[in-house]
Design a protein around this ligand. Sequence first.
Ligand code: ZN
Ligand code: MN
Length: 252
Amino acid sequence: MKDVKIENMDWVSYHELTKKGACKIILPIGAIEQHGPHMSLNPDVLIPSYIAEKVAEKAGNMLVAPAISYGYKSQVKSGGGNFFPGTTCVTGSALENYVFDVLQAYVGHGNHEFILINGHFENSMHLCEAADKLVKKCAVEGITIKIYLLSYWDFISEETIAQVFPDGFSGWAVEHGGVLETSIMLKIHPELVDMSKAVDVEPAKFPPYDVFPSDPTWVAPSGTLSSPLKATEEKGKLILEECVSGIVKHMS
Ligand code: ZN
Ligand code: MN
């Protein structure tokens, strides 16, 4: 299998592959954020990175840029909150500018099409802003670019949800550190998961508002927003296959 990761290429090979915009560039964007005591801090980076590589290998005309690991501030109702030790985040403007700069550099190399694969819910609107600003700036300069933006969980079908959550699905918002991410990590990085430390919690229930400063009592002490106990490698495989084939289908 040829290497699809830009960071592993020499510049001459990269230039050969990308000149005249011959490749779509995939940029994974994640976060460093606690995901419970049973898992590493980086699922939001590793999951979109893995998906990006598989998509690029299948599509043939795509390359994967090095992931952006730091994401926008973890929010209580989607990521447990920014106050957990280990959760290490940046402001929205920092993320937006960073993504803008990275994409602009790739445009400078002659690339015109991009796929942003997001792995951290809170990043979404800041990625919209970076993409929108760059498209407009390039248009002013007479350069036409196209940027696709997606969060991988949006490619998971009702059928798969029914298989992965046979007891009922509480929604993606409370899947932080739960069955979804833990299953995928068991499949792609089992060495970073220790199910003996997994804590059973009820799906989180939140009031219909946010409060600042955050109230840590809204979140279970373990940090996950639902229970990871029913995670399995098989569920992870099922989810990944659907995400990869769905993204390839829509993007190639
Ligand atoms: Zn996550
Ligand atoms: Mn996250």
